[in-house]
Write a protein that binds this ligand. Sequence first.
Ligand SMILES: *[C@@H]1O[C@H](CO)[C@@H](O)[C@H](O)[C@H]1NC(C)=O
Ligand SMILES: *[C@@H]1O[C@H](CO)[C@@H](O)[C@H](O)[C@H]1NC(C)=O
Ligand SMILES: *[C@@H]1O[C@H](CO)[C@@H](O)[C@H](O)[C@H]1NC(C)=O
Ligand SMILES: *[C@@H]1O[C@H](CO)[C@@H](O)[C@H](O)[C@H]1NC(C)=O
Ligand SMILES: *[C@@H]1O[C@H](CO)[C@@H](O)[C@H](O)[C@H]1NC(C)=O
Ligand SMILES: *[C@@H]1O[C@H](CO)[C@@H](O)[C@H](O)[C@H]1NC(C)=O
Length: 730
Amino acid sequence: MLFFLLILSSTIILIQIAPAEQAQSTTIFTTNELPSTGSSLDYRILPYIGNGHLATVAFSEFIYMNGLYNGDNGTSHRARIPSTLNWQFKINLSSSAYTLNVSSGKILFLSVFTETIENDEIRIERHLFASQEYTELLIAYVVITRLKSTGKKIVVPIEVNEQRTSIDIDFKVETYHDEYVLLSGETRQVENVQFQKEPLSVFVYHTPLPVNGLKLGKHEKRRTYLFVTSIDEQKSRAKSSFDYATHKRQADKILLSHVSRWNDIWSDGHVEVSGDDELQRQINSAFYYILSSLPPLSTRSEHKQFYGLSPGSLSRGGFLGEDYGGHSFWDTETWMFPSVLLFYPTLAKEILSYRIALRDSAVDNALLFGYEGWRFPWESARTGVDVTPDCCPEVRLYQMHITGDIAFAARQYVAATGNRDWISNELGGDLIYESARFWGSRAVYNNNKKQYEILTVLPPDEDAQPFKNNSVFTNAVAALSIQLADSVSCITNKKTPQSWIDIASNLHFPFDNSTQTHLEYEGFDLKNTTIKQADVVLLGFPLMWPMSDQVRRNDLLAYEPLTRDDGPAMTWSMHSIGFIELGDFNKAEQLFQRSYETYVKPPFNVWTEARSGVGAVNFITGAGGFLQAVLYGYGGIRLKLDQLEFKPRGHLPNQATKFVIRGIKYQGTIIDLTIDNKMYEIFVRAQSSKNDVPLIYKQGEHRGSLKLMDRLSFPIDTQLIIRRLVPLCP
Ligand SMILES: *[C@@H]1O[C@H](CO)[C@@H](O)[C@H](O)[C@H]1NC(C)=O
Ligand SMILES: *[C@@H]1O[C@H](CO)[C@@H](O)[C@H](O)[C@H]1NC(C)=O
Ligand SMILES: *[C@@H]1O[C@H](CO)[C@@H](O)[C@H](O)[C@H]1NC(C)=O
Ligand SMILES: *[C@@H]1O[C@H](CO)[C@@H](O)[C@H](O)[C@H]1NC(C)=O
Ligand SMILES: *[C@@H]1O[C@H](CO)[C@@H](O)[C@H](O)[C@H]1NC(C)=O
Ligand SMILES: *[C@@H]1O[C@H](CO)[C@@H](O)[C@H](O)[C@H]1NC(C)=O
């Protein structure tokens, strides 16, 4: 907006000139001034760059690495690596712009943070990115352009923070010369002596920082600089990626290769919204922030063990008590995993591989409490021992639904991919069986009720301190976990004991008969209790627990007013999905808006945990919930163990007139789903060349086999079912 003040005699007229209808890009997040609090940058709402191995918030002090934690079981948090990217230009600016460019147009998914500054003489562009080509690399690519031909040599002074020590890592400078600096260090404290024999090593190779400034010769028009940082646990890997970037590659090629790999991720799966650019921006940024904490789909780096998605992303968690120390919780499997799974099943498998890799701790964690099977820790970092800080032992002791949440994610992975090999040869079957075994050992029979019970647990609603009996959500995930082990027993060749099956089919579900409402736990007072977050409503979705529409509605209406307003972001997405199921679209839309609007902070759309802006930031848990409302809510997609269902309802949110959900992966087939207010269409974009998993579809009277390039369209509100011709376990 431009304001002109016209002073005419004694009257002041304010004329407001509306800017020309300027289409706001849906992929570029930009500002002329970085957000600040007083004199310093507001790091809480700055964006981050990351590639699942490394991540850093733009211009912040630290870089974080996947799996690199320091501290014992009560203090473990991400280890801080001093940043090599946070130096600043010292020039007087006439203009500045800061841009997070997640894509160009509809195709490129770029993920570069760019600073552009100018004075009378020069323009400086600095691009920061975490390479997808070699994940060890963080790159600052700087271009200086002369704007006036003055014939003068130009030196741009730089303010560099050459801090090399860290509270978490004892760094030594091994080499310092013109070509590179090598730092090596070790974390100071192991998480647990049984599961981590040695401190963790870190090697940092980087281009010497530009302490003497950047230069442009007398007659030079333009100069580019490449500042390479390469970090890994293995020295040889850090070195070879550094050498590649500095010797083998031209600077612009490094950027191009990164861009083209992001391009592949974007074209592999994304959502297109017509009629509502603002919603499109929200979806793009939510995916950007989740994907930046996951490994690339394709990279030239060696495969590395993935160490989990934390609520504050990979770019945060270096301070205990802030951003959850970078730990993994149920947020990973319940909130982020479902949106990743539909488009990127290989990344979903990476997420599950983290839990499998730390199985020895899960065995120990079950035994510690006298149970069998695998019991996953409430908070997990490097070793899988529970790293919940000493503040809150209740969550560590009693919040055990996480084991069921992980098993449910495994169920959804099997449902989406039918990956027998994962079950048989990659320990997926063990994850499934051993989680079920935990519940088998955890439930007890109550002779009065003639039912099984799971006592002394803390439900997802953490206000139910310190523990309760028979959390409905916990009992549901426990039953589903046992059912899953049974459903895939033809592949695991492990017979599910009858006693477990009895448990799964006869667990006590607290229910209020007079109001026909599920009770969060036994003794729950529906009239006078506040709850922290979505709990009972999760039975309907994601769990798809069978119940009548009336009970589903009763649950949604009962728990909405009980939920604290200052609870975490993700709750309302699940209420929105519930009302879409029930066809109450106005209510669904209000709750959908509530699920993101006040939690996402401009200009870079960074999520905060609470609407007031407090709590963890870059809260990708909230982003995950929001994306589930888009895909499973408005998309009307349901992934069941034996079939994929579509039932979009039209009534798209806000101003949207059309959604295209491109790249849904199901059993080797890739489907694009288009939805408008009347019809929906599926298009079979690709099918595994072997076509070893023939699929059939069914919609009302229509049925047939699903073939490459098929384009089927149906009225909204009708249900389409797609399933394998031959079931996974006949
Ligand atoms: C943390 O480690 C200490 C020392 O090894 C041990 O006594 C304690 O039981 C551990 N706590 C947990 C939750 O593992
Ligand atoms: C920037 O401007 C200030 C005052 O306008 C001046 O004192 C200073 O020397 C300038 N700095 C540079 C690097 O030009
Ligand atoms: C964003 O990236 C694309 C692709 O490189 C480029 O064409 C476009 O100019 C960039 N936009 C901004 C504002 O940097
Ligand atoms: C949980 O159940 C046990 C065993 O029936 C009982 O002793 C205990 O009082 C119950 N606790 C709560 C909080 O209801
Ligand atoms: C629940 O309520 C119905 C009618 O409102 C009644 O017939 C039934 O006996 C009640 N069940 C229990 C377990 O109280
Ligand atoms: C709710 O419970 C609290 C504490 O138990 C009590 O002080 C309050 O009066 C109750 N409110 C209602 C509406 O029952």
